[in-house]
Design a protein around this ligand. Structure first.
Ligand code: ADP
Length: 519
């Protein structure tokens, strides 16, 4: 019996009414957190890119600072017709750690370029000959007529210059810019990296944090090919914010999952409880009917005997047989209910002993024989010799086989054929009862082992039952360390198989087992 569609719908609506808003809130939280994190990250990247540009400019200013002091005297000397040596002297040693001042004919420079820094033309050019790899940095010198006479300046090794000036550039120039402190980060939390043209790192100030988005800024002029990157250090607020976002997102995700799982399980549990309540109600009405019928028959038979509504001894015997049969039916039913109650309460005690399942099955079939014959069932009993023993409770296992036989009879129609078969394979003993009855749809095959379940199809409707038999069998078999299986095709029949572990694990192979067939 299933929960009504309406109750199911109500439950789903209530469940979703809780879960959906909670999930929406969780996802909204995650979305907003991500948006804020993205905004902070973007802002930080913008600042860092800006800072990289500042570093790049600071390098150019560093070169110009050296030049500025020397340019005017050297240019003036050149314009006043001084000799080359005098011009070089005027350039002096303002280059500082640059190589000593030189005067180079312009055409000796390998494709010079002019870079305007602070409105001063700065010339730089690829080095030639011995200075391969270095750059010439300086000014164009013109003679009094205005003609370019040559270039005066210094040879400079960009790599050495950049690494040597990294610290001063960061320490002295960046803090001088007030913008740097208005942002999210202070310069104490910034890492600056210098990269060579082959992208290898050649210098750094502080260790960079995990900033995948930070842009690399290319340097200009004599430092072409080199680049700098400014990122936040691992302990900067931006990096911490990123970490918090990750933790928060993981937490929100986890909460969403918990809400979802709790809703699904809560709904399933409630639906299951409702189903059980309905099944129980059905069970009570079923069982009442099952008890009332034999009582009514017994009362009728007793009344008939009391009022002597019989003429011959056979007729009175018929009433006595009726009373005996119905009393038996009643006691079987009551026994079944008590058994079920004991099993449910975990109070049923099994007495395990070494059992031959062939004996158990044969005993069960024989005790059913009168009913089977009475209803004209054709029974094929296919039991092998040498089946390994199982550790089990004889009464309980007999009860299992009897239940399967009872069902096989109850759910058979015109083809009254039952086959009982036993077998041993892979350390297990298999006992199956097959019928050619109404069969069970695949969807119902799991449900039938649940307590109180009776399938609601027209074919079963007029068959008596309490919905306890298979649940009882399944619980008993599980208590024996085994399982029950069902194979069935609707309209063709069913096979229920008890699978029990063989005692001691020693099982003779299927080929060794000889069969005895009786019908
Ligand atoms: P019941 O007392 O109703 O027979 P069971 O627990 O023994 O209770 O069986 C549960 C349900 O499984 C039955 O109501 C019936 O619908 C189905 N069933 C059991 N055995 C068979 C069978 N051999 N063939 C078809 N249906 C079966």
């Amino acid at each position: 019996m299933a929960v009504s569609r309406f109750s199911r719908r109500v439950l789903v609506v209530i469940g979703l009414g809780v879960a959906v808003p909670a999930l929406i809130l969780a996802f909204l939280g995650a979305f907003l957190t991500l948006r804020i994190a993205r905004a902070v990250q973007d802002e930080s990247v913008k600042y860092n890119t800006y800072l990289s540009q500042q570093v790049s400019e600071a390098y150019e200013q560093e070169v110009m600072a050296h030049l500025r002091r020397a340019v005017i005297p050297a240019e003036n000397a050149a314009r006043n017709g001084a000799t080359m040596a005098q011009v070089v002297e005027a350039l002096g040693n303002e280059g500082g750690e640059f190589d000593g001042a030189h005067l180079v004919p312009v055409d000796e420079l390998d494709g010079y370029s002019l870079l305007i820094v602070e409105s001063q033309p700065l010339i730089y050019a690829a080095g030639t000959g011995a200075r391969q790899g270095d750059y010439f940095t300086g000014i164009l010198l013109r003679d009094p007529t205005g003609q370019v006479a040559g270039a005066g300046g210094w040879w400079i090794n960009p790599r050495k210059f950049l690494t040597a000036h990294l610290e001063p550039v960061i320490q002295d120039r960046l803090p001088a810019n007030p913008h740097l402190y208005g942002g999210f980060e202070s310069t104490r939390r910034l890492a600056v990296q210098l990269f060579a043209p082959d992208n290898s790192e050649i210098g750094r100030v502080r260790t960079p944090g995990p900033a995948r988005t930070a842009r690399v800024e290319a340097l200009q002029g004599p430092f072409e090919g080199y680049s700098v990157r400014v990122t936040a250090t691992p302990n900067s607020p931006v990096v911490w914010a990123g970490r918090f976002v990750q933790i928060e997102l993981a937490f929100i995700g986890l909460m969403g999952l918990v809400i979802l799982v709790a809703t699904v399980f809560g709904l399933r549990y409630t639906i299951r409880q409702l189903e059980l309540a309905q099944l129980k109600a059905g069970f009570v009405s079923n069982i009442t009917h099952e008890l009332k019928t034999p009582i009514a028959i017994i009362r009728l038979a007793v009344e008939s005997l009391e009022m002597r509504r019989f003429t011959t001894a056979e007729e009175s015997q018929k009433f006595l047989d009726m009373i005996a049969r119905e009393t038996q039916r009643l006691s079987t039913l009551v026994e079944k209910i008590l058994d079920f109650a004991r099993l449910e309460a975990g109070q049923r005690v099994f007495r395990f002993e070494s059992l031959d399942m062939v004996e158990v099955v044969r005993g069960a079939v024989e005790s059913m024989r009168p009913r089977l014959d009475d209803q004209r069932f054709q029974v094929v009993v296919d039991l092998p010799d040498g089946l390994p023993p199982v550790q089990g409770d004889g009464t309980a296992l007999t009860q299992c086989v009897l239940n399967l036989l009872d069902n096989a009879m109850k759910y058979s129609r015109d083809r009254k054929e039952i086959r009982v078969h036993a077998d041993a394979r892979d350390r297990y003993v298999y006992v199956s009862v097959s019928d050619c009855g109404i069969g069970i749809t695949p969807g119902d095959q799991k449900r039938i082992f649940e307590k109180f379940v009776r399938l609601e199809n027209g074919l079963v409707h007029d068959v008596k039952g309490a919905g306890l038999g298979l649940s009882l069998v399944s619980q008993i078999i599980r208590a024996h360390g085994g399982r029950i299986e069902v194979q069935s095709t609707p309209g063709e029949g069913s096979t229920f198989t008890l699978v029990l572990p063989a005692a001691g694990g020693m099982v003779s192979s299927a080929e060794d087992v000889s069969r005895k067939t009786a019908s």
